[in-house]
Design a protein around this ligand. Structure first.
Ligand SMILES: [Zn+2]
Length: 425
């Protein structure tokens, strides 16, 4: 199975490539030996899955009826199971579903339904593919066919050159971008505060509290192994979650499995209870193997964590069109700000660039150094603001190009209410 894809995000974020559709994921999947999820994704083509069902090596079982569908389970020779639905009136394939493991929500059932069947060179083929998941019935993809070609030559599909655009940031990749680093090392940034690979750790009298739930099972264990050795006798018992977007909540299940208390905006409690109560039995993660209840401390406008060792203020993030139920943290003694998705130091665009300084001014807090989840090191506030201003200009320039070409571009015109300094060449 060969697929040629260009990805274009309609949500606005910090990097240009996905917003301009520069990311290509052309790939060739070997239906015999390819990676599981890629093989199963290939089976969402009805011709491919019908051929798989007719393969003598495939086990077909449990024929049953659901409404107007005949359902049958397929067990492929590789051991994977799928459920194929056949329309009882037309006898055409109607749906296929299978389960994948998902770091955020455990076992996740994906269902592709086909619509709009038309004849093409003696074969019935659909014009519409609609794939949903059983996580809130969210649409994974909608594919509308421009042209079906049967038994005719097609262009060669060439894998894109490596490095042809930076990857997506907000989609749902588990573990964040720090995963490739060898052994993580914590840097002390102030008394009782450490920073490591985007995560911040606050020492209190009898425990540590970390910032961000972005590490899945193995990565969280590696982080905790370092953090729990920072201060003899003190372990991480709490984790502050900035906001529930899937790259930032990729470690919520892992954190609950480690019996860490999660501190987040109150509005996240419902989604967190859903995420942490879903089973992971076919693809067990730490929480699936050892279910634990969610321990949750809500934040409304402000929550102060204070004892004899440390004082940390957690504030609701304002003036930010990327995230509503978000928090940031501030350490008054060392003028540190800890945040996620307010700043992205090296990237291309800022669509909510005013939020960083708006929050600082709104809270009347002093900030000298910023500790961002999407950074690899602490940055002084002047460098952060300079990056924001450059990225606001980047977004404005992209919007100008879109406007000139009369293309609709989400996020445009850029909403930035602060004053940009004159551009320096
Ligand atoms: Zn986000």
């Amino acid at each position: 199975m060969r697929t040629e894809q260009r990805l274009k995000y309609n949500f606005v974020f910090a990097n240009a490539a996905p917003q301009l559709g520069l990311n290509r994921t052309n790939q060739v999947v070997d239906l015999e030996t390819g990676a599981r999820n890629a093989r199963l994704d290939a089976l969402t083509n009805p011709i491919v899955v019908v051929r798989a069902a007719l393969d003598p090596a495939t086990k077909v079982s449990n024929l049953r009826r659901a409404g107007n569908l005949q359902l049958v389970d397929l067990t492929l020779k590789q051991g994977d199971t799928l459920t194929l639905g056949i329309d009882a009136t037309s006898n055409l394939p109607a749906s296929v579903s299978y389960v994948v493991g998902n770091g955020n929500v455990g076992d996740l059932t994906l269902t592709t339904k086909w619509v709009g069947w038309v004849p093409e060179n003696g074969v019935q083929v659909p014009l519409g593919y609609n794939t949903t998941s059983d996580w809130r019935n969210i649409v994974q993809s909608k594919l509308y066919v421009d042209r079906n070609i049967v038994d005719a030559p097609i262009e060669e599909i060439v894998a894109p050159a490596a490095g042809g655009g930076r990857g997506g940031a907000g989609g749902g990749a588990a573990g964040g971008r720090g995963g490739q680093a060898a052994a993580p090392q914590a840097t002390k940034v102030a008394d009782h505060v450490w920073y490591m690979n985007g995560n911040t750790f606050f020492e209190f009298d009898d425990h540590l509290t970390m910032f961000e739930t972005n590490r899945n099972d193995a990565a969280l264990q590696a982080v905790l192994a370092v953090a729990n050795s920072l201060v003899p006798g003190k372990r991480v018992t709490q984790v502050i979650m900035s906001h529930h977007h899937f790259d930032h909540s990729a470690g919520v299940r892992a954190a609950v499995a480690q019996v860490l208390t999660i501190i987040a905006r109150r509005g996240n409690e419902g989604i967190l209870r859903e995420m942490t109560s879903r089973p992971a039995t076919l693809f067990p993660d730490a929480l699936g193997r050892n279910p634990q209840p969610l321990k949750f401390i809500p934040v409304d406008d402000h929550l102060k964590l204070k004892d004899g060792t440390n004082e940390v203020d957690i504030y609701h993030v304002i003036a930010d069109n990327h995230m509503a139920d978000a928090v940031l943290a501030h350490v008054p003694a060392s003028s540190l700000l800890v945040e996620a998705d307010l700043t992205t130091q090296n990237w291309d665009y800022q669509w909510w660039g005013g939020s960083f300084m708006d929050n600082i001014e709104h809270r009347k807090i002093k900030v000298v150094t910023n500790l961002a989840v999407h950074a690899q090191q602490p940055f002084p506030i002047a460098e952060v603001v300079a990056a924001i201003e450059k990225q606001v200009r980047g977004a404005q320039e992209m919007c100008a190009r879109a406007a000139a070409a009369q293309f609709y571009q989400p996020g445009c015109p850029v909403q930035y209410t602060r004053t940009l300094p004159p551009a320096t060449p």
